[in-house]
Design a protein around this ligand. Structure first.
Ligand SMILES: Nc1ncnc2c1ncn2[C@@H]1O[C@H](COP(=O)(O)OP(=O)(O)OP(=O)(O)O)[C@@H](O)[C@H]1O
Length: 600
């Protein structure tokens, strides 16, 4: 089955004939006051056309794309209208659904091959296609984007150009009618740049509205663009056909030297190399004779070819989006594969937990049962708890910042809802924390001669799991409210403070009232209390006192708890507190992540 995704056969059912924007502005707040990044620009982009937004660095090209896509909301004003050829009233939702935005620094999941990325994109975006049809579709897109040879290459090994093409390929799987691309050719050599622009042109010919930002194309490439939207200092200084650039500039007395690339010339003018022409050009650009109007309207050809496709089993030519539940399963699978392949977050961590468990177990050998070593045993429990909470919290601080660009791109481009991603992450994180806590406990608990009772072991494990989950939740919050460097610093300081009021370094009965109150906000104090109850509570038999010992003060486990101010049998209250903290921290982390994404 040949699909020819870039050719005219792979047309889109574009409900929008064109995008029109009027008086669009974007303002940011600075110390000195407001800064106008985009200053009341207007324009139109048509379906079936490839349009380029150009301008000197800092002219506001990316900002304009951000506003047009809805990626940037705060500080914006103006009207964006999307006209449907069928005159149906289409809301913002439809516009967002039918458009995709490929960012300049597009991030891709590193541990997956091109084929796997494509299949995951298909599974997240399309419900009504069989696996075989998805394979056909993927092969065709990769073939057209010249990525077939890299099909089985992992993303981390792709070249810059291949990564850009993959970013486009991923968005093509559901055939979006409107595509925004921010500098798709940056970092590419001239042959790859030409290839990329030609590919975009072919996509546009399929009935799409394609808008991209671009830096100084060569003369031949410049003419490939149907429409040029030239910006300078946040204003529009030309919008019209690429072939009209030279006459337009001549009309204001700027004559392009013979054999000079018009793209270079208009860029030089916009950069101010010939003086300040911005007002004059802005005024001249308003004249209708320069304004771009496509010669072949896409709806002229729509009827002839609209039935001509697409997928074998689709009679109505529409792609259905999967349920959030199906997407949840795909995301779970993606997390599992990533965990398996990234040995630094899985195997290495597992091995370290075993080694640290063995090390602490051996270091604190016999502390668990010996009445003369009760305080050493407190040290053992404290070391283990601190180790698990720190190793859960610090990676969590980095978790969302490292995935933020992927997450923002995928959720913005309707691959899934943020809550689906978050649910998959949560569900996937819990077994991990259980596993890591388990391997630590199993390798340290018995060697350090803790009571040989499975039920006590399980109680200790339960506390460790909940402490790890609370700690990683705390790390997730930090990672979303501050930058990673500060997050790690604040996290380390917060855990150290929690440790101070943990009931260990200063026992509860020796604390001042204020300090005692602080123990209520320290999940470490509840964890320590829970551990102590699990080891010394529940009518444990007297501890062992060696014959060499002169005096065993703590023969009675109950006395240990009494002296620590932990004799109230609070184990299940501690569990409830830790569980509540886990839920609370994860809920806060979701809200802060959502806020961070909307501000990113
Ligand atoms: N959120 C923001 N807050 C403050 N300043 C901003 C913000 N977004 C953009 N700017 C500023 O607006 C100006 C235009 O930025 P923009 O990224 O849109 O330019 P550009 O034309 O795409 O530049 P380049 O070609 O170098 O990518 C820059 O001076 C930039 O620092």
């Amino acid at each position: 089955m040949e699909l020819d995704v870039l050719g005219p056969k792979f047309r889109v059912n574009n409900t929008f004939d064109h995008i029109e924007f009027q008086n669009v502005s974007f303002t940011t707040k600075e110390k000195k006051g407001l800064k106008k990044i985009i200053d009341g620009v207007s324009g139109k982009f048509y379906s079936g056309q490839l349009s380029a937004i150009m301008g000197p660095s800092g002219a506001g090209k990316t900002s304009l794309l951000n506003v047009l896509t809805g990626y940037q909301k705060s500080g914006t004003s103006g009207i964006i209208k999307c006209n449907s050829p069928t005159k149906r009233k289409k809301g913002n939702l439809q516009y967002r659904k039918e458009s995709c935005y490929i960012l300049q620094d597009d991030s891709l999941p590193q541990f997956f091959t091109v084929q796997e990325c494509m299949m995951m994109a298909c599974n997240l975006k399309i419900a009504n296609l069989s696996s075989k049809s998805k394979e056909f579709l993927i092969n065709d897109i990769l073939n057209n984007l010249n990525l077939t040879k890299s099909k089985n290459t992992r993303v981390q090994s792709l070249s810059g150009g291949q990564k850009k093409r993959l970013s486009v390929a991923l968005e093509l799987v559901d055939n979006p009618p409107i595509m925004f691309l921010d500098e798709p050719t940056t970092g590419l050599d001239s042959a790859s740049t030409t290839h990329c622009v030609e590919m975009l042109k072919r996509l546009a010919l399929g009935g799409r509205i394609i808008i991209c930002t671009i830096h100084q194309p060569n003369a031949r490439l410049y003419e490939t663009f149907d429409q040029i939207y030239m910006m300078a200092k946040g204003r529009c200084v030309y919008q019209g056909a690429s072939t009209n650039t030279v006459p337009f500039l001549s009309s204001v007395g700027l004559n392009c030297p013979q054999y000079h690339n018009p793209a270079d010339f208009i860029m030089e003018v916009a950069s101010g190399d010939f003086g300040d022409y911005i007002d004059v050009l802005e005024q001249a650009a308003q004249e209708t004779k320069w304004k771009y109007v496509p010669t072949i309207r896409i709806n002229d050809t729509r009827d002839i070819i609209s039935d001509d496709i697409v997928y074998a089993e689709q009679s109505n030519n529409t792609l259905e989006t999967p349920s959030e539940w199906s997407r949840f399963l795909v995301l779970l699978k993606r997390s599992a594969i990533q965990l398996y392949r990234d040995w630094t977050i899985s195997q290495l961590k597992l091995v370290l937990h075993v080694l640290v468990g063995l090390f602490l177990g051996i270091t604190f050998q016999s502390c668990g049962r010996d009445a003369t070593k009760v305080f050493n045993n407190l040290g053992f429990l404290l070391c283990g708890l601190v180790y698990l909470t720190y190793t859960s919290m610090l990676p969590a601080v980095l978790k969302f910042p490292s995935e933020l660009t992927i997450l923002k791109k995928e959720s913005f481009n309707n691959w899934y809802k943020l809550r689906t991603y978050y649910a998959a992450f949560l569900i996937f994180d819990i077994p991990q924390q259980i596993l890591f806590s388990f391997v630590y406990c199993i390798s340290s608990y018995f060697i350090s001669d803790q009571p040989m009772e499975w039920i006590r072991f399980l109680r200790v494990l339960f506390i460790h799991v909940l402490a790890s989950l609370s700690s990683s939740g705390f790390g997730l919050i930090l990672g979303t409210v501050t930058d990673p460097t500060n997050g790690i610093f604040f996290g380390a300081v917060a855990l150290a403070l929690m440790l101070c009021v943990g009931g260990f370094l200063i026992i509860f009965t020796h604390m001042s009232n204020i300090m005692y109150l602080l123990t209520y906000i320290s999940f470490l104090s509840f964890s320590m209390e829970g551990l102590m109850e699990a080891i010394y509570g529940y009518q444990r038999e007297p501890l062992y006192c060696s014959e060499d010992a002169e005096y065993c003060q703590y023969l009675s486990p109950k006395l240990v708890l009494e002296d620590m101010g932990m004799n109230k049998e609070n184990y299940w209250i501690d569990i409830a507190y830790l569980f509540g903290t886990f839920i609370l921290f994860r809920s806060i982390a979701f809200c802060t992540l959502k806020k961070k994404l909307s501000n990113a």
